[in-house]
Design a binder for this molecule. Structure first.
Ligand SMILES: Cc1cc2nc3c(=O)[nH]c(=O)nc-3n(C[C@H](O)[C@H](O)[C@H](O)COP(=O)(O)OP(=O)(O)OC[C@H]3O[C@@H](n4cnc5c(N)ncnc54)[C@H](O)[C@@H]3O)c2cc1C
Length: 415
């Protein structure tokens, strides 16, 4: 079956807090925007019954409730939402394609908000006690429920040891299952020292999780001592995994830069290394993965996409216009040398009496636009004809500029 082709300003992949927030901003900016979600709208946040650290809800809320509000707000601003997985993408060039089962979506820009999921162990009983039933992945989210309890922490890297220390502020006892020999952990030395000295912490060396036991909720974590091949049963109704997180970036491999752990590095504007491709939320290389941080990222990405699309429009319709030769003055409003040239540039435009189109690009405001022009540091000039860049110049004297323009206009004007 031939696939249908549709055109959008922006496609958002992923309907968690980051994607929905980006959708609110893109919709509010009146961009033609569509969001794809392959599972439950709301993402990982819907896995938790209680969210108490998202601002604005002093009594707390449930993940589902919060995400319903996000969805309603996004729809209110005109975001189209499609419950279907994105199967493939081509992120190169200005016409990016995003494929679902039946349709090829063409977009000027893409926001990747695909999040990810915590790494699992795959041991018996694990799938029965995930998330609200006892196996947690986020101390920041769930520590408050551990007051006065015994909890087990799996892992011995920086995150595991630091989060275990954090948990000691709530739990009575924090038991770490460590794969290595006594005294050896993968965390930094300072964290290790602090953990070993903490009276609330207990270490089970040379152990791995054998299985989990309980009824409706987790009741026991059963470890296996790999040296003695003996089981060690721990009564605990919470077990925290800090053994890594798997970002959902498989589909983008080879198309955008990824870290060695598969996260997407971005700049503070949420831009990836590919023009027009932004990333937001848990999928991004970042230090905290929470609803509040995903929302912040999504807002930035949605805002930046609007600027990007507007700049693309200016680039195509104004800077690359085909009616007459163009002179683009690339300047910086915060640079005195640039500002001093403005009167001369305007005089040159008047000199050609409507036969040259002058455009100004302020690199302070429009970094992308000057990059798209391939312009040098300001002040510099870009000359166009028939919708193409003919040449670029860093010569800022009147004679040099007019020499190029004389060659571009059909009949040179004599002063
Ligand atoms: C059990 C649990 C409890 C938590 N509790 C809290 C808490 O109390 N407070 C807090 O602030 N944070 C909490 N978090 C963390 C929080 O949920 C995440 O940080 C947040 O959801 C990240 O948002 P996101 O939009 O970046 O990614 P996600 O929420 O992971 O959303 C990404 C979405 O993209 C979709 N997707 C992926 N690939 C595709 C594709 N190819 N096509 C279409 N859709 C795709 C996924 O299905 C998913 O819905 C918790 C997390 C868990 C697991």
């Amino acid at each position: 079956m031939e696939k249908q082709h549709l055109h959008y300003d922006v496609v958002i992949i992923g309907g968690g807090p980051a994607g929905l927030t980006a959708g609110i901003y893109a919709g509010r900016a009146r961009l033609k925007a569509v969001l794809f979600e392959r599972a439950l709208l709301g993402g990982l946040a819907t896995y938790t019954n209680e969210i108490v650290n998202y601002p604005g809800f002093p009594e707390g809320t449930t993940g589902l409730e919060l995400m319903h509000l996000f969805e309603a707000q996004a729809r209110h601003f005109g975001l189209e939402i499609k419950n279907t997985p994105v199967k493939a993408v081509n992120l190169t060039g200005d016409d990016k394609t995003i494929e679902t089962f039946r349709t090829v979506y063409h977009a000027r820009s893409v926001i990747i908000a695909t999040g990810g999921k915590p790494r699992l162990l795959g041991v018996p009983g694990e799938s029965d006690y995930l998330y609200d039933k006892g196996i947690s992945f986020c101390a920041t989210c769930d520590a408050a429920q551990c007051v006065g309890k015994t909890v087990v922490v799996i892992g011995s890297g920086d995150a595991a040891v630091e989060e275990a220390l954090f948990l000691t502020k709530f739990a009575d006892k924090v038991i770490m299952s460590v794969l290595h020999e006594e005294g050896h952990m993968d965390a930094n030395a300072v964290a290790q020292e602090e953990a070993l000295a903490n009276p609330k912490m207990e270490f089970h060396w040379n152990t791995v999780v054998d299985h989990f036991e309980g009824s409706a909720r987790l009741e026991r974590v059963v470890l296996r001592n790999t040296k003695k091949n003996e089981l060690e049963v721990i009564d605990a109704d919470r077990c925290f995994y800090f053994i890594g997180y798997l970002p959902a970036t498989e589909m983008f491999k080879g198309q955008i830069n990824l870290t060695d752990r598969g996260y997407i590095p971005t700049d503070p504007h949420m831009r990836t290394n590919v023009d027009g491709v932004f990333a937001a939320g848990d999928v991004r290389q970042t230090c905290l993965r929470q609803v509040a941080t995903a929302v912040g990222d999504g807002a930035t990405a949605g805002y930046e996409v609007e600027r990007y699309v507007a700049e693309m429009h200016i680039f195509e319709k104004q800077l690359m216009q085909k009616e007459k030769p163009g002179l683009v003055f690339v300047y910086s409003a915060i640079d005195e040398a640039s500002r001093d040239l403005l009167p001369m540039v305007q005089e040159i435009e008047q000199h050609y009496d409507g036969r040259v189109k002058l455009s100004l690009v302020d690199t302070y405001k429009s970094v992308c636009l000057s990059a798209r022009l391939g312009a040098a540091q300001p002040p510099s000039f870009v000359f166009t004809k028939d919708g193409q860049v003919v040449t670029r110049s860093i010569q800022t004297d009147r004679a040099s500029i007019m020499r190029v323009l004389d060659g571009l206009v059909a009949e040179p004007v004599t002063a």
